[in-house]
Design a protein around this ligand. Structure first.
Ligand code: PGA
Length: 254
């Protein structure tokens, strides 16, 4: 039984006041982390404030890290600092970072290794463009991204990683992949992990769906057999909606 994860990706939203308001509404409400992992990922300058107020069960994640531990990399954030602040998760390889900041598969792989070096759980995003899907190349493309992302990782690390399947055409567009499309792509990711490692690893790896997840579709998504939760953008900005989604995940295990 894989423990579900609901992770909110706030992207470049919320100032400090708004973030604190959110955290005070949810930090005592999220379920025990024995059953569901509830994570929010704010902009980097808010990490410390939110970690201090995360309560017993909520966890805070970053949206990116640099692959090196320190150095002359103006504007970047190190995993060393994140560990120091008590940040538990980091989103790596989000399609926005791949598209706007030229984040390559090689960089994604290095960042995953770096996160593990500091005991931070990576939430690794993969997913195809509309063009790739329409050309019928989704499976090959996603398989390739997963292989490159996992290069050099040991079985124990892959069991701890969280992968998010996020078809680019569904992010922020209001177009959700159908639960069958999401389940199928996630099945392909799991098979890829099984081929690279073995079934005991692929059975343990948590794979989320992301892309226009909202209150209205969360129940269907978290009830699909291959899907272990969601990476939620826009809808995670609302404390009520976030709690609704965490509860939907909780219902699948209780
Ligand atoms: P969305 O974003 O839920 O707003 O579509 C998802 C994501 O980018 O992780």
């Amino acid at each position: 039984m894989r423990k579900p994860v609901i992770a909110g990706n706030w992207k470049m939203h919320k100032n400090r006041d708004e973030a604190l308001q959110f955290i005070y509404s949810v930090n005592m409400q999220v379920p025990n982390k024995e059953y569901v992992d509830s994570v929010v990922c704010p902009q980097a300058p808010l990490l410390r404030d939110l970690v201090k107020r995360q309560g017993d069960y909520l966890r805070i994640g970053a949206q990116n890290i640099h692959e090196e531990s320190e150095g002359a990399y103006t504007g970047e954030v190190s995993a060393d600092l994140l560990e120091n602040l008590g940040v538990g998760y980091v989103i790596i390889g989000h399609s926005e970072r791949r598209a706007y900041y030229n984040e390559t598969d090689t960089a994604v792989n290095k960042k995953i290794h770096q996160a593990f070096r500091y005991g931070i759980t990576p939430i690794v995003c993969v997913g195809e463009s509309l063009e790739t899907r329409e050309a019928g190349d989704t499976d090959t493309f996603v398989r390739g991204q997963v292989k490159k992302a996992l290069e050099g990782l040991g079985s124990e690390q892959v069991k701890r990683i969280v992968i998010a399947y996020e078809p680019i055409w569904a992010i922020g567009t209001g177009k959700t992949a159908t639960s069958d499309q999401a389940n199928d792509a996630i099945g392909v990711i799991r098979e890829t992990i099984e081929t690279l490692y073995d079934a005991s690893v692929s059975d343990d790896t948590r794979i989320l769906y992301g892309g226009s997840v909202k209150r209205k579709n969360i129940d269907e998504i978290v009830n699909m057999p291959e899907i272990d939760g969601a990476l939620v953008g826009g809808a995670s900005l609302s404390a009520k909606d976030f709690l609704y989604m965490v509860d939907a995940a909780l219902k699948t295990v209780s």
